[in-house]
Ligand binder design. Sequence first.
Ligand code: R5P
Length: 294
Amino acid sequence: MTLIISGSNGYNIAQNISTILKVDHINAGTTKFPDHEMRVVLPSSINRETVFIVHSICDPVNDNLVELLLLSDAARAAGAKHITAIIPYLGYGRQDKAYCAYGSAAAKLIANMIKLSGIQHVITLDLHSQRCAEFFDSIDVVDSAEIFADYVKEDSIFVFPDIGSYNRAKKFAYNVGATMFVLGKRRRHDNSCYMCVLTDNIDIYAKNCIIIDDMIDTGETLCQAAALLKQYGAGNIKAFITHAVLSGDATFKLQNSCITNIFTTNTIPKQINNDIFTVLDISSILAIRAMNLR
Ligand code: R5P
């Protein structure tokens, strides 16, 4: 028997998956002590063999990470035999190596904490890198190209602002028959970057360009990439970005950039009140992966 448990941020996706798979869904309760220490309580005894926990490690990232660990521990204590975490957005994934000689490769530690909490398998979407996936013993990384591909309506040039996602990008571009235009990015610091063109043998003059990336955080990468494309004469510029982190004034910056549409997903539950964004539901592609594990 299978059960889906959602934490404080996974309710909608968990409910959609439960409808698609026709399995029960319960929502766990979370309370906090006065010093913000968290307590997680399941609504009843679960008494099921297979449990799926749906929860993103999104803002507030540290609280949501701890909540995921506590949800798993509670499910294990309540008798779950096999626990899969469906983590639509896996925060800390971008720290797949230490920033400097005296830094932490945080993604590896987080993967170990997830395993230690009793989670035996992870289903997630578009990780920052293959290296991050390798920190887990058992992981299924779903490619959101499966849903974005439906929105490639015309001949387009696919633009990748980051060489890190090159392999995923190459497969996506190949599958839809698009040409790739690769940019190189250097960071000045976490909120600022500059771009250069790595494949300048491709003419993008007046062509429709689609920028593809795993996440928008400050929006700096997207804005800089779009500005550079315009310098090269690009026509209409759209973006397909899986995780809408959208920190600070990112939405405002993007609204005032030369990007006309941003297609993103609901891996992070966030009200995005802006016409430039189209939010696509990833529940069905996660449900397909979960179905294979029931
Ligand atoms: C970084 O390597 C990622 O792939 C994204 O390009 C990056 O995290 C986006 O961040 P921001 O929106 O702050 O530029």
